[in-house]
Structure formats: C-alpha cells, structure tokens
Design a protein around this ligand. Sequence first.
Ligand SMILES: [Zn+2]
Length: 125
Amino acid sequence: MRSIRKKDTRPELTVRRLLHAMGTRFRLHRADLPGTPDIVLPRHGMAIQVHGCFWHQHPGCPLAKRPRSRPEYWHPKLARNVERDMQSRKALCKAGWRVLVIWECQTSHLERLERRLTRALARSR
Ligand SMILES: [Zn+2]
C-alpha cells in the first residue's frame, strides 16, 4: 500500500503539468501553510490539494471503498485523514486562501480538469 504523505504522486504531477502548460506560477508543499498544500498559486491566492480518493475518502467514489479486512484499523485511520483535511481547509480559508480540492479520479479526464482549473483561476484575483 502506498503511504499517505507521499509527495509527487501521479495525479499531483498531472495537475502540475497542466498548470505549467497554462503558464501559471506555483509553489509546492508550502510547509508554512496549514495542511502543507500540494500546490500554491500565490498570485491567485489559491491553494490546491490533490487528494488520493482512497486515503482522503472521496465521497461516493468507487476508489474510496474501505477495505473489508481489519475495519478496526482502517476506519479510524481514514476518518482521521478526512478530519485533518477538513481542519486544514478551514484554516487555509481563514488565512484568506481559496482552496481547490482535486480528486485523483478527476485527473484522468485531462480536458475536463483543464476546464476546471481555468474556471478556478479566472474566478480568483
Ligand atoms: Zn474519486
């Protein structure tokens, strides 16, 4: 199983490649911000979290299905991740950042993803 705090995951690289192609400037893994957002676009005041569907429990997503074995291990662990995500999102918003969450399963449709990023960037300063 992949570890949770892994950086530079495939979905993350996909988003970064797109943002780069769109000519945006961004920084990675800003540890000084709540939750160490995967991607930060300072000029847009925007933080992007690229979430693995399983580890971050994408609601309603088939990839987020919990393992049948050892629920006493998995359930609290995954619930903690979801709770932590919510807290960092709140803290980021409070600090004036707009937060965009992109789920792993959404990175396989490149055109759709690009449209979404374009819209998000257009809305921000
Ligand atoms: Zn998903």
